[in-house]
Design a protein around this ligand. Structure first.
Ligand SMILES: Nc1ncnc2c1ncn2[C@@H]1O[C@H](COP(=O)(O)OP(=O)(O)OP(=O)(O)O)[C@@H](O)[C@H]1O
Ligand SMILES: [Mg+2]
Length: 232
């Protein structure tokens, strides 16, 4: 499964309401936007404004309460029959790579094993040697046999990036990829992401509270109260 050149994610009037007992929280309030192949988009905005909710929907990790989402013209949500869980799983494995603020490395696996983990579930043809190549590219070649507890926070995030890239995704979803890192390490991760976007053509959808990181993206979208605002 691949997404063709120029293809895009298109959200139309996406709404997500969470229910907590009798309380309803309208976390996303009608967001429409298009993200083209090869773009680097940053979402910024206050805590609770709906950034994670939105990118989880764009990454096909959650279902909207209403609205539509298409990926390369293919219906994901809200156009008649919803995609089945098996098809969604395929899209998540084959199209997307995900990076989260808390890394989610497996503590009992080495750096190399953590990066190779997605290959146990799905292996894109031609990814032989990719684990070592990515760890080398990210400056982690000398840490391959370490456990997560034996490396720094910035290094853990590099491992998480390598793991997200091991199946050569077309779209990288990064929710506060440097949220747990100091300024210097954040800058380094920012450079890695910018390089992947500019030189490997990876589409990047990133959430960040860091204005410096936001500026690296070619496109900045501001979230407020569940809505998306953009200077055109
Ligand atoms: N699973 C959930 N159940 C109920 N409410 C939720 C859930 N997830 C998020 N919310 C609420 O939805 C709103 C948007 O949350 P979201 O996590 O999208 O914000 P965010 O912009 O990512 O914030 P932050 O910058 O703190 O990560 C918040 O009011 C939050 O409390
Ligand atoms: Mg969030």
């Amino acid at each position: 499964m691949t997404v063709q050149d120029g293809a895009s994610l298109e959200a139309q009037d996406l709404t997500r309401v969470y229910r907590r007992g009798s309380e309803e929280i309208r976390a996303l309030d009608g967001v429409s936007l298009q993200i083209k192949h090869g773009e680097f988009v940053a979402f910024m905005g206050p805590s609770g404004s709906g950034k994670t909710t939105l990118v989880n929907l764009l990454g096909c990790l959650d279902n909207p309460s209403s609205g539509k989402l298409t990926l390369a013209g293919r219906n994901i949500f809200g156009n008649g029959k919803p995609l089945g869980e098996r098809q969604l799983t395929r899209i998540r494995r084959e199209i997307f790579g995900y990076i989260f603020q808390n890394f989610y490395l497996i503590p009992t696996l080495t750096v190399r094993e953590n990066v190779a983990l997605p290959l146990a579930f799905y292996r894109k043809p031609g990814v032989e040697g990719e684990v070592e190549r990515l760890l080398g590219m990210l400056g982690m070649a000398h840490r391959m046999n370490h456990l997560p507890a034996q490396i720094s926070g910035g290094e853990m995030q590099r491992v998480a990036i390598a793991r997200a890239l091991v199946n050569r995704p077309e779209i990288l979803l990064a929710d506060e990829p440097t949220g747990n890192l100091d300024t210097k390490r954040s800058g380094e991760i920012g450079e890695v992401l910018q390089d992947l976007n500019q030189n490997a053509g990876l589409t990047i959808i990133m959430v960040t509270h860091n204005p410096g990181l936001g500026r690296l993206a070619g496109r900045l979208i501001e979230m407020r109260d569940g809505r998306a605002y953009e200077n055109q």
